[in-house]
Structures are given as structure tokens and as C-alpha cells.
Design a protein around this ligand. Structure first.
Ligand code: HEM
Length: 256
């Protein structure tokens, strides 16, 4: 689990001071934005009681906040802005995140957006039909077991937020990495893999929106580059770890 700590500062600011309070924090935020100890921050205002504000700051650690940021040259200008409101503070403490965290269903997974199991089965079946006919890739996949396409579909489904069936039934991350070891995949082969899976995505009717395809391609770039590394002579098998989870990244889906 992360060592990050979350500082919560609760303020009660009279209505007539709230505009200047927000303006002061807008200026002070420049120091937070510049602080390497600050992961992110957010000042929220209470909907039911507009005099209540909560400032949430995620710090890389409590020590980084107290001994790093507070002793840095960023702190005096930060304090100068917020000092008039110190007397308005009702709580100022650090909280360590617990494992109880997650996301809701407001944003669909890439797996659901793609069309679930059926979409990934279509994708890998079309893809490996191309692979076995491809001049650069066919030699690597000689004697491909017939269930390979379905295994890769399970892997991709899990990576993109679907059920954990590759982890539960196919040996998980370690098994997938082991399948690439010693195969000596070259850059031209990797690039061909990337090209063919995009052609297969088109033919399989995967969504073509910019957000989905950019997230899909980002994973394919990342995954193929790791496959090349693990296929090479210097690869160290990684410690056992979960199947990676890919998400939308910078651009969530456009839901109109
Ligand atoms: C995002 C990139 C990639 C993913 C998600 C992926 C996924 C997988 C998975 C899940 C397996 C194991 C299948 C099983 O459990 O039976 C596998 C095996 C394999 N992969 Fe990949 N792979 C990727 C990139 C590549 C690349 C770039 C190449 C070569 C150009 C490659 C060549 C192979 C080969 C030769 C096997 C062994 C097939 C066999 O069982 O005979 N992979 N891959």
C-alpha cells in the first residue's frame, strides 16, 4: 500500500470572507503545485453549509510534509496567503489511506466499453489468424496451441477491467511472462504485432472512439515493449505480482 498521507484541513469561513478565502487559496495553490512533496490537492466547499470548507492535500509522506515542504522556500509565501484564516481552522490532521478504496461504476471499464468477452474473443481470433500468416511473426508462433487466442483474450479482458479469469485459471502474471522468456522478439516483430492487433481491432468491430483507441494502444505499446524485454537475454523474471490493470488514463470516455 502507498505511504502517502492525506492531510485534511477543515475551515469555517463566514460568508463575507469566503471570496477572499478562495482567492487566497488560489494564490497559495501555486506553492502546492510547485512542491515535490505534494501529490495533489483540492479545496471543496460544503453544499449544505457553505461556510464549511475542506482542504485535502495528499503528501508523499507525513515527514515530507512536515520536514520537507514546511522547511522549504515554498512554505513562507504559502503561509503568508493562508495565515489570516488559521484561526478559522477546525481540524488539521493527517490520515493514512486504508485498503478500503476503489472506484464506482460511473465510468465504464475498458472491457465493458469494448464489448466484454465476445469482443476480446473476436479480436484475438482475427489477430492470430493474421499472425500465423505473417512473414515476420509466423516463425515465432510456429506450433501455436489452438487455445492460445482464447488465453490472450482472457488476459486482455482482465487487464482492461473484466473478470480475473486469467489469474484464476491460467496461471496469472508469472505464467504470461514465462511464455515470452527466451523468445528473442525483435523490434520489427514487436511493431508488426502492434500493427496487426490494430487491424484486428478494426475488423473485430472494437469501438473506434479516440478515447478507447488511445487507451488500447497505450497498453499495447507498454505490453509489447515488456514482452520484448522479457524475451531477451538479460531478462529477470519479475517477482510474482498481479495482472496489470489498465484504465482510461488522461481521457475518460465521452459519454455525451
Ligand atoms: C501487449 C502485448 C502482449 C500480450 C498482452 C501478450 C499476451 C500473451 C499471453 C497471455 C501469452 C500466454 C498465453 C497462454 O497463457 O497460453 C502469450 C504468449 C506468447 N506471446 Fe505474447 N503477448 C504480447 C506481446 C507479444 C509479442 C510482441 C510477441 C512477439 C512478437 C509475443 C509472442 C508470444 C509467443 C510466441 C507466446 C507463446 C505462445 C505459445 O504458447 O506457444 N507476445 N502472450
Amino acid at each position: 500500500m502507498t505511504a502517502h498521507t492525506v492531510e485534511y484541513i477543515r475551515y469555517r469561513v463566514p460568508e463575507q470572507q469566503s471570496a477572499e478565502f478562495l482567492a487566497a487559496y488560489t494564490r497559495a495553490a501555486a506553492q502546492l503545485a510547485a512542491a515535490p512533496q505534494c501529490v495533489d490537492y483540492e479545496l471543496a466547499r460544503c453544499e449544505e453549509e457553505p461556510e464549511s470548507f475542506i482542504l485535502r492535500i495528499t503528501w508523499t509522506s507525513i515527514a515530507d510534509h512536515l520536514e520537507g515542504f514546511r522547511r522549504s522556500e515554498l512554505f513562507p509565501p504559502f503561509l503568508a496567503e493562508v495565515r489570516p484564516y488559521v484561526e478559522r481552522i477546525e481540524e488539521m490532521r493527517h490520515y493514512r489511506p486504508t485498503p478500503v478504496r476503489g472506484t464506482g461504476a460511473a465510468v465504464p471499464t475498458l472491457y465493458d466499453w469494448a464489448g466484454g468477452d465476445a469482443a476480446f474473443s473476436r479480436l484475438t481470433s482475427i489477430f492470430y489468424d493474421k499472425v500465423v500468416k505473417d512473414d515476420l511473426l509466423a516463425p515465432l508462433f510456429a506450433g501455436l496451441p489452438p487455445e492460445h487466442a482464447e488465453h490472450v483474450a482472457l488476459w486482455l479482458g482482465e487487464v482492461f477491467g473484466g473478470p480475473a479469469r486469467y489469474s484464476e485459471n491460467q496461471g496469472g502474471h508469472g505464467h504470461m511472462v514465462a511464455k515470452h522468456m527466451g523468445r528473442d522478439i525483435g523490434e520489427a516483430q514487436r511493431r508488426r504485432w502492434v500493427d496487426l492487433i490494430q487491424d484486428a481491432a478494426d475488423e473485430a468491430g472494437l469501438p473506434t472512439d479516440a478515447e478507447f483507441r488511445s487507451a488500447f494502444l497505450a497498453y499495447v505499446e507498454w505490453g509489447t515493449r515488456l514482452a520484448v524485454y522479457f524475451s531477451g537475454p538479460d531478462a529477470q523474471p519479475p517477482a510474482e505480482q498481479p495482472v496489470p490493470k489498465w484504465n482510461w488514463g488522461a481521457m475518460p470516455p465521452y459519454q455525451g
